[in-house]
Design a protein around this ligand. Structure first.
Ligand code: F6P
Length: 326
């Protein structure tokens, strides 16, 4: 058992619904074990600037249902430099923080990995990103809420698409990953999905439009923003309009609404479980690991492995989109 007295907790990178539930779990679990908690505002940026707040049971009351992050977040270039990390470490020493819980995605863990190797401070991470693009957890905190937000939006788009006999190109988030597009494509009965992991999406779409059923009255194509094989929804829309001028085509970019809103029950439970496990992991001497959930069990994955991109796309899932929307 490692003697930890004061855990610093922070959120970093893009916010994700459920981050607050994770902060709450870290604070309450630490209190349970008699450990103090310091909240670090605005991620690595705030760490370097000394934006520290003492947390107690009350500071996390009534936040489990709230989207965003009460600790705020930032993307920080300064932490990529040795001076930036040195500043951050000095601030941690000054505030007597002797362990860290980092909540975020691949950028957050890349920073945590370097920092944890450079300085003698145990760091563990919680997977907080709507993208679901980490190895070592079946789902990331925020993904379930985000895909439900997308499904709700696309169902509404389907109503208007159907009324006007239109084809909609809908762009969803996922910088390097098509996992949001893939699941929501299945759940909304999309005619096609275009994702960075598959290079044949556009060709497949063109084939469907040319040789597929002609009696359809609406069509939805979901494009992951990271799909640089064609370059996002506007470019896909342009190519479709050029080749198929008879289709009445519209473009819709869902954007940051996917990151907001109250976390789903799944995200709250996931965040609560891994948040509590993070504190216990630090007490047990874990460091430089992400705490995730695999098949319902807590799983520990070294940062360098967690950020090696997601588990990959099951080709059967892509086939499912095509097969079921015939
Ligand atoms: O990493 C989460 C994410 O929502 C990505 O899907 C998206 O590309 C990115 O963040 C957008 O970041 P920002 O809000 O900084 O533009």
């Amino acid at each position: 058992m490692t003697q930890i007295k004061n855990i610093g907790v922070f959120t970093s990178g893009g916010d994700a619904p459920g981050m607050n539930a994770a902060i709450r779990a870290v604070v309450r679990t630490a209190m349970y074990y008699g450990i103090e908690v310091t909240g670090i505002r605005r991620g690595y940026d705030g760490m370097g600037k000394g934006e520290f707040v003492t947390m107690n049971r009350k500071s996390v009351s009534n936040i489990i249902q709230r989207g965003g992050t009460i600790l705020k977040t930032a993307r920080c270039d300064n932490f990529r430099t040795p001076e930036g990390r040195k500043n951050a470490y000095e601030q941690l020493l000054k505030h007597k923080v002797d362990a860290l819980v980092a909540i975020g995605g691949d950028g957050t863990f890349t920073g945590a990995k370097v920092f944890g190797n450079e300085y003698d401070i145990p760091v563990v991470g919680l997977p907080g990103t709507i993208d679901n693009d980490l190895v070592g957890t079946d789902f990331t905190i925020g993904y379930d809420t985000a895909i439900n937000t997308v499904v709700d939006a696309v169902d509404k788009i389907r109503d208007t698409a159907e009324s006007h006999d239109r084809l909609f190109i809908v762009e969803v988030m996922g910088r390097d990953s098509g996992l949001i597009a893939l699941r929501t494509g299945i759940a909304t009965g999309a005619e096609a999905i275009l994702i960075p992991e598959s290079k044949t999406g556009l060709e497949g779409l063109f084939n469907r439009l040319e040789f597929g059923r002609k009696d359809k009255t609406s069509r939805i194509v979901i494009v992951a923003e990271g799909d640089d094989t064609v370059g996002g929804a506007f470019e896909v829309g342009r190519l479709v309009q050029e080749k198929f001028p008879n289709y009445d085509t519209r473009i819709s970019i869902l954007g940051h609404i996917q990151r907001g809103g109250a976390p789903s029950c799944m995200d709250r439970v996931l965040a609560s479980r891994v948040g509590a496990a993070a504190v216990e992991a630090l007490r047990d001497g874990h460091r430089n690991e992400m705490i995730g959930l695999i098949n319902g069990e807590i799983a520990y994955t070294p940062f360098e492995h967690a950020i090696k991109h997601h588990q990959g796309i099951d080709p059967n899932m892509i086939k499912l989109v095509e097969m079921l929307s015939m």
